[in-house]
Design a protein around this ligand. Structure first.
Ligand code: PGA
Length: 239
């Protein structure tokens, strides 16, 4: 299976900056064995989807979707609206949305189900805080049980992102990443009995991407800060 390399721009880049980014990115081929998923701010989804639609190894994703299908939810974008832009993925339950915007596992679960119904692949983030490291197995497994309740894990990507490693430059040791990924894969299975897809996120950059991508149980990476420069992100895709 190809490794998935996901770029999460977060709330960065205006329209012109997005247009420049995709222009640079689309010049380069993504090599066999990798797929790239670019998650720009929502306004740029149609632009990215249009520019990358001919590239079979590049996909577009949103950073969030609404917990309802339509109606009086000012400012929200539904999963079907996101799908209609040409996007294929949606990041859900990112720790910034959990901790800054108060999203609960229950809300994330509703979003995951609507995203799947709309034909999107949810990238569902889980992760422990620094003070929770000693209890991380319980924390992570509760997040998976609740946010993915009633969901076939074959339809999602799980992103393990230790919160203390996000945007801090502190990466998890490879042995700890392998431990967590193996733990998730041994404890949770798809309806067909297969291992779920699990990617790692937290201060991934070109200098550590190859080691992380070659760590046991790692099916890809979710990249924040280092994805903002298209050349740096391409180096990660090629790692
Ligand atoms: P980072 O962010 O790569 O800047 O640590 C990762 C993420 O939040 O998804």
């Amino acid at each position: 299976m190809s490794k998935i390399i996901i770029a999460n721009f977060k709330m960065n880049k205006n329209f012109d900056e997005c247009a420049n980014y995709v222009k640079v990115f689309k010049k380069f081929a993504v090599q066999d064995g990798k797929v790239a998923v670019l998650c720009p701010p929502a306004f740029a989804l149609p632009l990215f989807a249009h520019e990358l639609h001919k590239n079979k190894k590049c996909f577009v994703g949103a950073q969030n979707c609404a917990f309802a299908t339509n109606g009086a939810f000012t400012g929200e974008l539904s999963a079907t609206m996101i799908k209609s832009t040409g996007a294929k993925y949606v990041i859900l339950g990112h720790s910034e949305r959990r901790n800054i915007l108060g999203e609960t596992d229950e809300v994330i679960n509703k979003k995951v189900k609507l995203a799947i119904e709309a034909g999107l692949v949810p990238v569902v983030c889980i992760g422990e805080k620094l003070e929770e490291i000693s209890r991380k197995k319980t924390i992570l497994s509760n997040q998976i049980k609740k946010s993915l309740d009633g969901v076939d894990l074959a339809q999602v990507v799980i992103a393990y992102e230790p919160i203390w490693a996000i945007g801090t430059g502190m990466t998890c040791e490879s042995s700890d990443i392998a431990f967590v990924h193996e733990y998730i894969k041994s404890k949770f299975k798809t309806n067909a009995g297969d291992d779920p897809i699990v990617v790692y996120g937290g201060s991934v950059k070109s200098a550590n991407a190859s080691e992380i991508l070659n760590t046991c149980g790692v099916d890809g990476v979710l990249v924040g800060g280092a994805s903002l420069d298209p050349n740096e992100f391409l180096k990660i895709v090629r790692a």
